[in-house]
Design a binder for this molecule. Structure first.
Ligand SMILES: NC(=O)c1ccc[n+]([C@@H]2O[C@H](COP(=O)([O-])OP(=O)(O)OC[C@H]3O[C@@H](n4cnc5c(N)ncnc54)[C@H](OP(=O)(O)O)[C@@H]3O)[C@@H](O)[C@H]2O)c1
Length: 370
């Protein structure tokens, strides 16, 4: 238990991607804990009207639109925590800026670590920033690990709901509307499609590699349709800690914004009497090849994960625009990696170059299919 914070221990939080699914829930968390959290800045992509409404409601004067504004705010606005809830690799520069400026980075934008994991860790080392995960699986695992020494950890297991097509055979005919109907989580469109292809789990494997400094051999994935257990840590003595929470992103967002304190919240609870049976089953890696693609890209290292991520962003948008079928998303990602296996990724420029080239190739492949 922690004592009530004094006003001086109020966290000053900058929210990047404030108008999105995570951003709006972060605003809810701030509103629920005015004694703990003060929002000092808001950045969105292009929705100026929504941003202005949020700023007026919260009395925030520091606002901006777009990646450059996010990067600048992350590096310059006086704050304690930068919540990066931008979608896609567009959030990478801001993560690097926040870590380089010594901030605590509450990271929802997993693409930052997928595309530029080494660059983010180098910025943290240089500037003294730390990363606290917002993704529910990584939040669960961090809470189960509680700083356990590396040599005591056998492996971690990320759970996956399996998405809306866990039991569907014919994936070629999936429509955007069907893919946008996730069975357990309400999220922005890009991550919802990633959850349907299971690329989201692949991205999370790479994210976990960087967050927890684990080899890919020590990171596993299991399908758990109820999404009650979010992450599992297996220790060397055979003990497994399974970390569970309601399927409500307010919980990991709050955990990150108030880290390392645990603060009461009025949200939903899991009632063990009503839990019934929890199922766990192996991932079908043939029907959902994205997870293997991500393991391979992660193991190859360098800018390969950045290439994979960029190709995926373009392919997901093309699917949402009804330009390619659902199954073409991973086909395009795979084809882009073949054409552009990537090179080094030790500088931000190298990563951004690889990202830009992969986007061009993915666009060309989509055109040719058209
Ligand atoms: N949603 C979830 O439950 C969930 C769970 C775990 C992890 N995540 C991760 O959290 C991140 C955000 O996901 P989301 O579901 O919240 O996405 P979302 O609903 O699509 O929101 C994305 C946010 O990013 C902003 N944005 C887009 N491009 C930008 C740019 N170039 N510069 C600055 N801001 C930009 C958008 O602004 P506009 O509104 O102005 O376009 C919006 O505020 C993703 O990396 C996702 O993987 C999400």
């Amino acid at each position: 238990m922690t004592s009530d914070p004094s006003p001086s221990s109020r966290r000053r939080v900058l929210i990047l991607g404030s108008t999105g699914s995570i951003g709006r829930q972060a605003v809810d968390v701030a509103r629920a804990h005015p004694d703990r959290i003060e929002v000092v800045g808001l950045v969105a992509g292009s929705d100026e009207a929504a941003l202005t409404r949020q700023a007026d409601e919260l009395g925030v004067t520091e606002t901006g639109l777009g990646s450059e504004a996010a990067e600048q705010a992350a590096g310059t606005i006086e704050c304690d925590v930068v919540l990066n809830a931008v979608v896609g690799a567009a959030g990478l520069r801001a993560s690097v800026a926040a870590l380089g400026a010594g901030r605590m980075l509450a990271l929802a934008n997993k693409e930052s670590l997928v595309a530029g994991g080494d660059v983010c860790l180098a910025a943290a080392e240089r500037g003294g920033g730390i990363i606290v995960p917002v993704d529910s699986e990584h939040s669960a695992i961090a809470q189960a690990l509680q700083g356990a020494p590396r040599e005591t950890v056998e492996r971690i297991v990320l759970t996956a709901s399996g998405g809306p097509f866990r039991n569907r055979r014919d994936l070629g005919s999936v429509t955007p509307q069907e893919a946008l109907a996730h069975p357990t989580w309400q999220m922005g469109p890009k991550i919802t499609i990633d959850s349907a292809t299971l690329m989201n789990k692949g991205l999370e494997v790479i994210e976990a590699h960087y967050l927890f400094d684990l080899d890919y051999d020590d990171i596993d994935v299991v399908v758990h349709p109820q999404s009650t257990v979010h992450g599992i840590v297996e220790f060397v003595d055979g003990t497994m800690l399974m970390s569970a929470a309601p399927t409500d992103m307010h919980i990991p967002i709050q955990a990150a914004l108030t880290h390392p304190d645990r603060v009461a919240s009025a949200g939903e609870r899991i009632d063990p009497d009503k839990l019934g049976s929890l199922e766990f089953e192996p991932l079908d890696r043939e029907r959902f090849p994205a997870v293997n693609l991500a393991y391979a890209a992660g193991r190859a290292g360098g800018s390969r994960p950045a290439v994979m991520n960029a190709a995926n962003e373009i392919a997901v948008q093309a699917f949402l625009d009804e330009r390619i079928p659902f199954t073409a998303i991973t086909e395009i990602v795979s084809a882009v990696i073949e054409k552009h296996p990537g090179g080094g990724a030790t500088s931000l420029d190298e990563v951004l170059d690889a990202d830009a080239r992969a986007r061009t190739i993915a666009g060309e492949l989509i055109e040719t299919r058209g």
